[in-house]
Ligand binder design. Structure first.
Ligand code: RP5
Length: 179
């Protein structure tokens, strides 16, 4: 997994309107995974922001971010981290907003450590845990879109169109190597 993919400037907003979804990640090295959530939210025209926020290295930044998120107008937070991945859970501890956790694939344990760190929350502090890696990041964005679409008919239409395109892209039968 590349650790050199460029991350937009911290606190960068990818839309000029107020962000509705916050994508946070524990390290620059998580961007290669989390960029898939960023790309999908951009495709669906959902205002969002991307930041590096580490539960361990920048705990005050995490507390400030999570505590202010609802007041700033965010509706959903997507939090991706790897290894001892406490970011989604600690974020959920500081906010009532839905938090979607993405386990980043770690080098040592292939993301099993990340997954188990995120999924096994105590009752009372929920984190919606996605799959390990880029599929999880992509699906976190789709879930965030589905949550927002409950209140936004135009977004619901864009989400349905995205799904219809995906369905149409699946071939009826596999191609052989010769084709
Ligand atoms: C976690 O530690 C991050 O979310 C990242 O997945 C992992 C490794 O971070 P780096 O050492 O690459 O910065 O906090």
């Amino acid at each position: 997994m590349s650790e050199t993919a460029p991350l937009p400037a911290s606190t960068a907003q990818t839309d000029t309107s107020a962000p509705k979804v916050g994508i946070i990640m524990g390290s620059q090295s998580d961007w290669e995974t989390m960029r898939h959530a960023d790309a999908l939210l951009t495709d669906l025209e959902i205002p969002h922001e991307t930041l590096i926020v580490s539960a361990h290295r920048t705990p005050d930044r995490l507390a400030d971010y999570a505590k202010s998120a609802a007041g700033r107008g965010l509706s959903v937070i997507i939090a991706g981290a790897g290894g001892a991945a406490h970011l989604p859970g600690m974020c959920a501890a500081w906010t009532r907003l839905p938090v979607l956790g993405v386990p980043v694939e770690s080098r040592a344990l292939k993301g099993m450590d990340s997954l188990l760190s995120i999924v096994q929350m105590p009752g009372g502090v929920p984190v919606g845990t996605l799959a390990i890696g880029s599929s999880g990041a992509k699906n976190a964005a789709l879930l965030a879109a589905a949550i927002l679409a409950l209140q936004e008919p135009e977004l619901a239409a864009r989400l349905e169109a995205w799904r219809a395109l995906q369905t149409a892209s699946v071939a009826n039968s596999p191609m052989t190597d010769a084709e």
